[in-house]
Unconditional design. Structure first.
Length: 264
């Protein structure tokens, strides 16, 4: 019995030592991270995964390389590269003062693509993003291209015009309203995406799909005929299957950055 008691006592002592040692190891082990740390990406750059997926930059943040005025050979004086952005210098006269700048385009046509960029608008400002646009002598590009609206929804009168908010930020201008309407206020950056594939077009704003439609269909032609531009019905109804990406000079300060595209 005494031997059995001694054996049990020794076993209990060894078990206590083992538990204490295990606890010390657990206490000294580094804490596991509960969540992955998001990769911080500098503006106007691509991650390796984006490069591998076929994304390319349309703006390097340092020069206007690749950009020029619509129906012009040069980059217009009304625009500048400022702090890593393409900046349209506001005239203070709205659309009437846009003559020194004018709309600018990236000098390559795209057909099926996924476009991303960020925009920031000035107080009371108005601008837009065109796609599948064409250059026609003496014509502004809006006569040939669908437009994703860029706007200060709180102050610019266009936000109250049109139908059901179809001139507010993110909308297919004057045709389909952005829903939900999730544009951020003046001074904050908005992230947008435009996906165009064989006539199916999607607008995304700040991570949410806000517009979806289909080019060249009867529904599309009816939308155009009922829009602000019925006289442009032939041109808009026959939007080209390949065209330019452009941004609008509406006479107001607006900034664009992180402009990138992946051809589909």
């Amino acid at each position: 019995m005494r031997r059995l008691f001694s054996f049990l006592l020794a076993g209990t002592f060894m078990f206590a030592i083992a538990c204490t040692s295990s606890q010390k190891k657990a206490d000294s082990a580094p804490e596991e991270k509960s969540a992955e740390v998001e990769e911080v990406v500098a503006d106007n750059t691509l991650t390796q995964s984006e490069k591998d997926a076929g994304w390319v930059l349309l703006f390097n943040g340092e020069t206007p390389e690749g950009w020029r005025g619509v129906n012009k050979a040069d980059f217009p004086g009304g625009w500048e590269v400022e702090d890593g952005t393409l900046h349209c210098k506001g005239s203070g006269q709205g659309e009437a003062g846009a003559n020194d700048g004018g709309d600018i385009l990236y000098d390559k046509k795209f057909s099926n693509f996924h476009l991303k960029m960020d925009w920031k608008i000035s107080e009371g400002g108005n601008s837009g993003i065109f796609y599948l646009g064409q250059e026609v002598e003496d014509w502004p590009i809006y006569k040939t291209a669908p437009e994703m609206q860029v706007l200060d929804n709180l102050r610019h009168p266009d936000a109250m015009l049109g139908k059901d908010g179809n001139r507010q930020a993110g909308s297919l201008y004057d045709l389909i309203p952005a829903k939900p309407q999730n544009a951020k206020p003046v001074g904050e950056w908005n992230s947008i995406e435009i996906i165009c594939y064989k006539g199916t077009v999607v607008h995304k704003q700040n991570g949410e799909t806000v517009v979806e439609y289909h080019l060249w269909t009867d529904d599309w032609k009816a939308l155009v005929a009922d829009s602000k531009f019925p006289e442009l019905n032939e041109n808009w109804a026959d939007v080209a299957k390949e065209g330019y990406i452009a941004v609008q000079d509406h006479g107001d300060d607006v900034w664009y950055k992180n402009i990138k595209i992946r051809e589909l």
